[in-house]
Design a protein around this ligand. Sequence first.
Ligand SMILES: Cc1cc2nc3c(=O)[nH]c(=O)nc-3n(C[C@H](O)[C@H](O)[C@H](O)COP(=O)(O)OP(=O)(O)OC[C@H]3O[C@@H](n4cnc5c(N)ncnc54)[C@H](O)[C@@H]3O)c2cc1C
Length: 419
Amino acid sequence: MIDESKVVDVAVIGGGPAGATAATLVADAGYQVRLFEREQFPRFHIGESLMPETYHTFRRLGVLDQLKSSPYQKKLSVQFVNEEGKESQPFYFDDHNPHESSRTWQVVRSDFDRMLLENASRHGVDVRQGTRVLEVLFEGEQAVGVKVQDADGTKEEISARVVIDASGQSSLIAHRLKLREPDPILKKGSIWTYYEGAQRDSGRNEGATLVLSTQGKKGWFWYIPLHDDKVSVGVVSSFEELFQSDRGPPEEIFYQEVERCPAVKKRLESGRRVTGFMTTKDFSYYAKQLAGDGWVLVGDAFGFLDPIYSSGVFLALKSGEMAADAVVAGLQAGDVGGDRLGQWGHEFLQGMERMKRLVYTFYEGVSFGRFVRENPHLSGHLVDLLVGKLFDPHVDEIVEPLEAMRRQVRAESLQNAGS
Ligand SMILES: Cc1cc2nc3c(=O)[nH]c(=O)nc-3n(C[C@H](O)[C@H](O)[C@H](O)COP(=O)(O)OP(=O)(O)OC[C@H]3O[C@@H](n4cnc5c(N)ncnc54)[C@H](O)[C@@H]3O)c2cc1C
């Protein structure tokens, strides 16, 4: 006899933004969804700065009112500061589109992720925290369920018609099927910490994300004002350079980098560090395939680009949403083959590609301040990309002019090196 408690329509691995989104939307369609999260929430996670385009998924999930009444710092713009400390004009999201979807938040992830996961429970998802997925079960190439272990150490196998892998950087399925490929160009690492009482801008700029280049353009700092007078501050650079063995422990490296970035140093002077230092590296990768028979990858379990434009949570929510729609359509049609579950892949990859190009542009030294000065008619397109309108082909009009500036910057730096 079949034990009904061990059979579900959909098993979701991971309760971060991607998993919570996918699970909620599949449950909304009436399917039985069980989500396994190895941690007990709230748990720490990096990635506080949201992109405004998250708005539409929040609305679908039914959490907009909660966000609006949350204490999170509102984020209305992003601003770039060059290595000499010169600030670009802030890129205000609602200058171009004066609608509430052009505003967003700087969240505290432990709290934000818990909010999304609790919302999933309210929508009927059976959430199992403290339960680790040990492996995804396959019959041939078909995913058929998961093997899990709860906090007491009890192991069990759960059958599922579809497995959604939202395990973040653990990328369970991509590792098992050897699908994961590092980005060949973005070999970055990061060190970050939190301050209280550090400098904040005021008024419309209070919640701006600042991206501050370090001298020699070797790396950059994020400076993200959170609520409760806290600031998230971290440096990103080539990981070989950042973690060179003679540079000392992360704390020393962090302050060496602060010395290379007077604009961050000045902002931190009035503040007090309130946590230790956290590090990560090798975070830019893609899976070669996004779905297969009975399985689909969402969020970081599929891929992560780079923190520069704060696109991670947006892409996690968006992929969670697109995958959920494909899973529901597949279940309804009685077809959970890879082609059906991955139907959204082409559109999603095009969006990610647009973001990737913008990321490469930054690392090649293109200044957006200069780009907008030289191409004022394209400032709206640039803001659209920064807002997260990655799935709207009209933004492609900016591609060639950005490429042209990339070529120009490359030629200028070769010329400078030769002179
Ligand atoms: C340095 C850095 C800075 C960043 N800054 C930003 C930013 O400012 N803004 C932004 O939008 N993004 C940022 N990101 C990216 C962002 O953190 C991620 O893109 C986002 O968290 C992805 O969400 P997710 O749901 O896919 O994965 P996660 O949020 O990582 O969730 C995955 C979940 O799966 C669980 N899990 C893993 N393995 C198992 C298992 N075997 N069984 C059960 N559960 C499991 C984990 O515990 C976790 O809760 C940053 C990333 C880095 C590296």
